[in-house]
Design a protein around this ligand. Structure first.
Ligand SMILES: Cc1cc2nc3c(=O)[nH]c(=O)nc-3n(C[C@H](O)[C@H](O)[C@H](O)COP(=O)(O)OP(=O)(O)OC[C@H]3O[C@@H](n4cnc5c(N)ncnc54)[C@H](O)[C@@H]3O)c2cc1C
Length: 421
């Protein structure tokens, strides 16, 4: 063992032998990552007639929303009574609470607020936002059924590793799974990995942010009732002082992933131990832990446009969706295609929390409803590009794309803009 320690210190790298890998499929659109962004992208692409393959390294869909038990589908409205997200953003919200019979206090379940149901009271919409709190197990099952029903080819337990490129295009993605390493040919690629994994290896400029903290929402049993604990060590907003002098994690490095996971599990053990100390006669057990690390912002694309908070109510001619701001009532943002599209790779588009948004607006754009909006836009653009522009996202006719998105009930409404058209 001493010898292997010495060699691992002195040998800095090894040459991996070059090899040919088998091609295991060819698709119009390959979607990398099956979180909310990826699910929306895959469904949208399939509905637009594309052959679609969805790659997910875990064995369930939903990403942070389900595997990290982040169960709050934040608002589809602007906080002033106006719905600004429709399309798949709304369809996936409805799916999230499809089976809910009513609220559940300890599991924190909450169906669609009555005022947001058809014919609901517009006055109440001023005070109650259009959001839900869902059950991650049911949501996982329902999203999987949706993906299968839409005819998407789903690969679980399959990690995206690399790309092959020709000129300025990705021609295949390289994956690893139980069958070993293989290639999937593609006309377009959607990076919905949350961590911009495709962008990073395909030569796009990216930005990483080391503001992540220990965070792990989890379920526990207390006297035969299931409870959700939203456990997070909070930090001062945007890179400020850590409350307990602990460390930040960027989340795009192997060491960070393990360290954050171990730190979070320690926090969960402490929480359960303290609860047992306070309630010595009660039965208290951890139940469903966080299965992927609770990183909020890791790595993202640096696109041709980086959405900023100053862009509030700024109309972009290539708007492909809209969002409110979960943190405040009032703000509305237009989401341009240029925040999603790769710069170096003509046939790459991002979706979800790794789109091109500036440091402060990232915190607004990373949430579930906005990920669904960018997912639907990315999937629709990818399918249209595969059919019409040899995969080139930038060559799409924007008016056609917007018209198609509107047909899908995506809200693109210029009347919210500061300067109206
Ligand atoms: C603690 C915490 C609390 C939050 N609270 C809320 C909240 O209350 N409400 C809200 O709306 N949002 C909340 N968020 C944010 C929100 O959950 C996420 O930002 C959003 O769900 C991200 O969706 P996504 O699809 O972009 O990415 P992810 O959910 O990260 O999904 C990415 C998927 O890609 C897969 N993947 C990654 N790399 C690879 C690879 N190389 N190969 C194959 N698959 C890969 C992952 O396994 C994952 O399934 C919270 C986040 C955290 C961490």
């Amino acid at each position: 063992m001493a010898g292997s320690k010495t060699s691992s210190r002195t040998v800095r790298s090894v040459a991996e032998p070059a090899r040919r890998v088998p091609v295991c499929g060819a698709y119009d659109v390959v979607v990398v990552g099956g979180g909310i962004g990826g699910v929306a992208a895959a469904v949208a692409a399939a509905r637009n007639g594309a052959s679609v393959c969805l790659l997910e390294k875990e064995n369930a869909l939903g990403g942070l929303a389900t595997l990290a038990n982040v169960i709050v589908y934040l608002p589809l409205c602007d906080g002033m009574g106006h719905q600004v997200i429709g399309g798949l953003g709304e369809e996936l919200l409805k799916l999230s609470v499809k089976d809910l019979r009513g609220p559940n206090k300890t599991m924190r379940l909450q169906p669609i607020p009555e005022c947001w149901l058809p014919g609901g009271d517009p006055q109440q919409r001023l005070t109650k936002r259009y959001d839900t709190w869902f059950n991650p197990g049911g949501y996982m099952l329902d999203m999987e059924a949706l993906i299968v029903a839409e005819g998407v080819t789903l690969y679980y337990d399959t990690r995206f590793c690399a790309v092959t490129r020709k000129a300025n295009r990705i021609v295949s993605v390289i994956v690893e799974n139980k069958s070993g390493r293989s290639a999937i040919l593609c006309k377009t690629v959607v990076d919905s990995s949350g961590d911009a994994d495709v962008c990073a290896v395909a030569g796009e400029a990216t930005e990483s942010l080391d503001t992540n903290v220990r965070s792990g929402w989890f379920y526990y049993l207390k006297n035969n009732r299931v409870h959700l604990k939203e456990l997070t060590k909070w930090y001062d907003k945007y890179c400020g002082r850590h409350p307990d002098g602990g460390i930040f994690y960027a989340g795009d490095k192997a060491d960070d992933v393990t360290a954050q996971t171990l730190g979070t599990r320690a926090m969960q053990r402490e929480f359960i131990a303290e609860l047992r100390r306070q309630n010595p006669t009660e039965e208290i057990y951890p139940l469903i832990l966080t299965l992927i690390p609770g990183f909020r912002m890791t790595r993202r694309l640096r696109g041709a446009v980086e959405l900023e908070e100053a862009d509030e109510r700024r109309w972009f001619d290539d708007t492909v969706g809209m969002t409110g701001d979960w943190r405040a009532k009032g703000p509305v943002y237009y989401l341009p295609l240029r925040c999603l599209a790769g710069v170096v790779n003509a046939n790459l588009v991002t979706a979800g929390r790794c789109i091109s948004s500036g440091r402060t607006s990232w915190d607004m754009a990373r949430v579930i409803p906005t990920c669904a909006v960018t997912g639907e836009a990315a999937g629709t653009a990818a399918a249209m590009a595969a059919a019409r522009t040899a995969g080139r996202i930038g060559a799409l006719n924007i008016a056609d794309l917007q018209a198609q998105l509107r047909r899908q009930n995506v809200i693109i409404d210029r009347s919210f803009a500061k300067e109206r058209g």
